[in-house]
Each structure stands twice: as C-alpha cells, then as structure tokens.
Design a protein around this ligand. Structure first.
Ligand SMILES: [Fe+2]
Length: 183
C-alpha cells in the first residue's frame, strides 16, 4: 500500500524538479551564447532541447497524478544558475570561460542526477512503474550530458591552460572578450 506521506514527498520533489528544469530552459541559451568552442555551444543547445523534453515528461507524470506541476521554487537550481551567471561576468579569456561554464554545467547535472535518482526510487516503491521509466529516461540523458561535458573538458582545459600562458606573454593584446560579452 502506498504511504500518503511518501506520496506527498514524491509529488513535492517532482514539483521541485519541474521548477529546476524550467529555470534551466531559461539559463541554457545564455550559457550557449557565452560559450566560445563550437562543440560546447552545440552541446548546450542540444541539452536545451533535451531539457524541454524533461519538462514534458514531468507534465505527463503530473497529468497522470491529476496534480498541477507548479507551486515550488527549486532554490538549489536557483543558486547553481546564479553561480553560472557569475562566471560569465568574470573577465576570463575564451577557453577559460568555457572551462568555467563546463564546471557550472557539471554541477547542474550532478544536482539533477541526484534529484532524478531519488524520485525514481520513490516512484518504484510507490508502484508508479510508468513514472519510474519516464524519470529513468531523463536520468540517463542527464548522465550522458555529464559524460559529454567531462570529455569536452579534457581538450578545453588544455586549451585554457595554453591561452593563459599566451596572455601572460602578451599583455598588450586587446581583450577579444569585450566584443562578444553577453548581456
Ligand atoms: Fe533535465
């Protein structure tokens, strides 16, 4: 028999995730715009499309629960997004900014992986097998994104390291970053 309190916790956690995903739908285009490496920009754009799909999966679950998806603000994601916008304000060179964006994005992914892992388990124990498989699909996409970011970081960090050395040797070079600074 499903426990009413656990069900309440489950629905609350889903609402929190709904808020988190919607915050990301707004943040990812800004991160894509700030990225210099084409692959990173494309990665953010692809994850934006996936994130819209995550929102839709949650909406499907809410419909089957006969519940509205709104009513919570994910303050965890709010903080992570804020940290992401703070790195965009820094006066970093291109590859260093990309490295910082990857760091911010990986924090987001790990947060989501933990949150989806938890709701998946709630869904299973509550006997909501259909929800569990929908949530599992999203969980896999978050893990996949984290792996892609980890891969991308290898080349971008090396580039970032060289870029910093170059900058030290050529202090007179005008900062290209000001030209493409994001709003
Ligand atoms: Fe997501």
């Amino acid at each position: 028999m499903p426990n009413d309190n656990l069900k309440k916790l489950y629905v609350g956690a889903l609402k929190d995730l709904y808020s988190a995903e919607n915050q990301l739908v707004k943040a990812l285009p800004k991160m894509a715009k700030a990225a210099s490496a084409r692959e990173l920009r494309k990665g953010f754009e692809l994850h934006l499309e996936q994130t819209k799909g995550h929102v839709q999966r949650l909406e499907r679950i809410f419909r089957s629960l006969d519940e509205g998806p709104k009513g919570k603000k994910c303050v965890g994601m709010e903080g992570l997004v804020k940290e992401g916008s703070e790195v965009m304000e820094e006066d970093f060179t291109d590859a260093v900014l990309d490295a910082a964006l990857i760091g911010a994005a990986r924090r987001v992914e790990h947060y989501e992986i933990a949150a989806y892992g938890a709701v998946c388990e709630f869904a299973r124990v509550l006997g909501e097998t259909e929800h569990a498989s929908l949530l599992e699909e999203t969980l896999e996409e978050e893990k996949d994104t984290d792996e892609k970011l980890t891969e991308l970081a290898k080349q971008i960090n090396t580039q970032a390291n060289q870029e910093s050395h170059q900058k030290k040797h050529d202090q007179s070079r005008p900062d290209r970053k000001t030209a493409r600074r994001v709003a």
